[in-house]
Design a protein around this ligand. Structure first.
Ligand SMILES: C[S@@+](CC[C@H](N)C(=O)[O-])C[C@H]1O[C@@H](n2cnc3c(N)ncnc32)[C@H](O)[C@@H]1O
Length: 359
């Protein structure tokens, strides 16, 4: 294709306008959408252009009145049947090329969005899950996540203010408090989790934040941001990059982000605290795909749905977000430790990245 010309075909995220308006918040926007599009209308969607978790989206579709293609912003909750398709219509392609601030980069990116919209939910925003999580400290395999953190954090930050991004029921926040920070705040999108964090630690600072929006927090105010397992279930490159960029802006000069994530090996092996043998399909998962894992330390044995993300893909996220990994750790279990290690002495389940602002 010559540079600057319109392509003859391109990958695009496609859906259909739902037959029934969804109930609850967002219903207002939906009715606006229905004014313009009949139920069942095929919509050609742009990638996310705002940091709102793909709530409001720009689409190309045939208008219910004129039957001509129009480009409009609607609520994504009004769209169902998400799929990835190659588009050939010159009119749709022209609008996709010219109409928005972003274009689809690849088939892979479109497929990530299909997964995000069809399959993915924050499994933690659930009362039963939150209850199970609240009783959990750092048993078994989790011990490897926290064993080395005091030394890792102590090497790059001494005291000051810390933020626990994705604090859940406050386990990681209480851990940070134990490291002697002057103040520690925990934020999460899951109300059930934060309610239990507050119950356990009534004097602690916990905040529920809208997904992808950290504007309630003061920029340049944290010496340390810890994200412990938070990015394991945040889908798409765009969303991860946007969140890390927001976290970067919260750092004081010289501040650090410690990003603790599950390695892709986590979803392929058996562990003291986890099982993946029921999910052979995890082996086929590519970076960005959904994988399942069961926690063995809690009564709630419903699988957790995570997004597998490779080391290379994390490096790409950090680079795009303007962050530089200054150290990476992959803690292994030791024979002398009081746990019945399964794979932990040979394979590292967790990866800990220490990040600073680039440049
Ligand atoms: C596996 S839990 C870890 C909780 C805690 N850090 C710990 O180690 O116990 C991941 C948490 O990240 C939260 N989370 C997911 N997406 C988020 C987002 N966009 N902003 C803030 N929190 C998020 C989830 O609601 C969940 O509570």
């Amino acid at each position: 294709m010559p540079t600057g010309s319109t392509p003859e075909s391109q990958w695009c995220l496609i859906g259909n306008i739902a037959e029934e308006p969804p109930s609850g918040p967002g219903g207002e926007d939906v009715k606006i959408g229905t004014k313009h599009f009949s139920p069942g209308t095929k919509v050609y969607c742009f990638p996310a252009e705002w940091g709102d978790g793909y709530d409001q989206i720009r689409v190309v579709a045939r208008h219910r009145g004129s039957k001509r293609y129009v480009t409009m912003i609607i609520s994504s909750s009004w769209v169902t049947n998400w799929r990835a398709k190659v588009v050939y219509s010159p009119e749709v392609i022209r609008r996709l090329e010219e109409g928005g601030t972003r274009k689809w980069e690849s088939e892979q990116e479109v497929r990530e969005y299909v997964q995000m919209n069809n399959d993915f939910s924050n499994v933690y925003d659930d009362a039963a899950r939150a209850g199970a999580y609240a009783g959990l400290e750092f048993p078994g395999t989790y011990y490897l996540a926290c064993r080395d953190l005091p030394a890792i954090i102590g090497e790059c930050v001494s005291g000051g203010c810390a933020l626990d991004f994705g604090c859940g029921t406050g386990r990681s926040t209480r851990f940070l408090l134990g490291l002697g920070f002057d103040s520690v705040s925990g934020v999460d999108i899951a109300e059930h989790m934060v309610a239990l964090a507050r119950e356990r630690d009534p004097t602690g600072e916990y905040l529920v934040v809208p997904d992808g929006n950290l504007s309630q927090l003061t920029p340049n105010s944290f010496d340390l941001v810890l994200a412990a397992f938070t990015f394991d279930n945040i889908p798409t490159m765009e969303k991860k990059v946007a969140l890390f960029e927001s976290l970067k802006h919260l750092l004081k000069d010289g501040g650090r982000i410690v990003s603790l994530v599950s390695s892709p090996d986590t979803y392929l092996n058996e562990w003291t605290s986890f099982s993946t043998k029921g999910f052979p399909e995890n082996r086929e998962a590519k970076s960005g795909d959904m994988v399942r894992i069961v926690m063995l330390d809690v009564d709630d044995k419903r699988p957790i749905e995570d997004i597998v993300w490779t080391d290379e893909a994390y490096h790409e996220v950090y680079e795009r977000a303007g962050l530089t990994p200054i150290n990476t750790y992959r803690p292994l279990g030791k024979e002398a430790e009081p746990f019945a290690w399964v794979s932990e002495t040979r394979i590292a389940p967790w990866v800990i990245y220490v990040l600073e602002r680039a440049g």
